[in-house]
Design a protein. Structure first.
Length: 383
């Protein structure tokens, strides 16, 4: 091996070590992001592999070669697990172990039996499979951040190509026994791709994590803490810029006698009642609809596109379902009711605030008429 190749190995190991430290530090700041820890483990194992492989270059042997294979494939399996964990939030242990076990069973035996050429071919193909599977995991989650994830997929694809290139050259040479680490142009190209790829993957992955954290903070700022629905500010920000036209509606809800619930059962039960109604609201909100808690026991459902009859049916369904719900308390089962008021947009378009005010007027009418009912402000009254 040339000095240049050893220098490339050193550069790859240093780059990986820096990335592993950065990942550990990022995880320490946000410990809920467990994929960072899984990813750090994978990168650390790859750094260990680079160190072991440097020894193998100087003193090749079946046992050391097998340890190198085990370390590399385990590290790449951890990267696959981290990608799956990033996408799904589920534990990466099972898929990573299954993939690792299957590929090790194919790649390691040949080198232990003295066929190191065949072993290198199997190792490179196995590594390409794991890296391609990692790229696929990110691709499946590309809707979250198409730009950065597309960049990650391309970088992982380039790494997989580098390993396949090495396997292809070894297959072309047709040597099942090498007696030393492979020395060819493909190895140099693959190592250079690995250095550039690891640097790029590290930068893009950390940027993607920061983007996700920022998006989560934005979502938390727009969400009601107790119910998870939109808060007052968020629904006004979303609905105010666009005029409400003929086939849109606002349904205002207010829990009946909610103060009595708090006074009789306590605020903890009151919170349970609010969450129960929020669940009813969230369950019926469709795509394009906005469900929000305006504050206290007041809620609103904004229907982006609907007919008046459907809006009335929807409000009645929510009212009836909530009235039939039994909420367990220390004093026994509790049932509550809700009143609702509906108002509609106009053909020419009117502001969200105006429609909400009319929905509130309809709501007050439902309260005056005895509560636990739905009142409608007719479409032609909305100016």
């Amino acid at each position: 091996m040339t000095l240049d190749y050893n220098s490339l190995l050193l550069a790859l190991g240093f780059s990986g070590a820096c990335l592993a430290v950065t990942l550990i530090m990022s995880w320490a700041v946000a410990r809920t992001e467990m994929f960072l820890l899984t990813w750090a483990v994978g990168v650390f194992l790859i750094v260990v592999y680079v160190v072991l492989y440097a020894f193998y270059v100087e003193r090749p042997g079946p046992l050391l070669g097998a340890v190198c294979y085990l370390t590399l494939l385990t590290g790449l399996s951890a990267l696959l697990g981290a990608a799956r964990q990033f996408r799904t939030g589920r534990s990466p242990l099972r898929p990573a172990l299954v993939a690792n076990g299957m590929l090790i069973a194919v790649a390691v035996p040949p080198i232990l039996m003295g066929y190191d050429g065949l072993g290198f071919i199997a190792e490179n193909i196995a590594a390409a499979i794991l890296i391609s599977a990692t790229a696929r995991e990110y691709w499946l989650g590309r809707a979250e951040a198409p730009g950065p994830i597309l960049g990650l997929c391309l970088l992982y694809a380039s790494l997989a190509f580098g390993f396949l290139l090495c396997a292809g050259v070894l297959i072309w040479d047709g040597k099942l026994v090498l007696g030393a680490a492979p020395q060819n142009w493909a190895e140099d190209v693959s190592l250079a791709i690995s250095i550039a790829g690891m640097t790029g993957i590290g930068a893009l992955s950390l940027a993607l994590n920061h983007w996700r954290a920022a998006a989560r903070h934005r979502a938390e700022a727009r969400s009601d803490v107790l119910t998870g629905l939109l808060n007052r500010r968020a629904v006004f920000d979303l609905c105010s810029p666009t005029p409400m036209r003929q086939f849109s509606a606002v349904i205002a809800f207010d829990l009946d006698d909610f103060k009595a619930v708090n006074d009789s059962y306590g605020h903890a039960v009151g919170d349970r009642v609010i969450r129960a109604f929020a669940d009813e609201l969230a369950a019926v909100a469709g795509r394009g609809d906005q469900a929000a808690r305006l504050g206290g026991e007041e809620f609103v459902l904004v229907l982006g596109r609907t007919l008046p009859e459907r809006a009335e049916q929807l409000a009645e369904r929510i009212r009836a379902s909530f009235a039939a719900k039994h909420i367990l308390t220390e004093q026994g089962m509790l049932t509550c009711t809700v009143s609702a008021g509906i108002a509609f947009g106009t053909e020419a378009g009117t502001s969200f605030e105006s429609v909400l005010r009319l929905a509130d007027k309809a709501l007050y009418a439902a309260k005056r008429q005895g509560r636990n009912q739905v009142a409608t402000r007719h479409v032609r009254l909305v100016k």
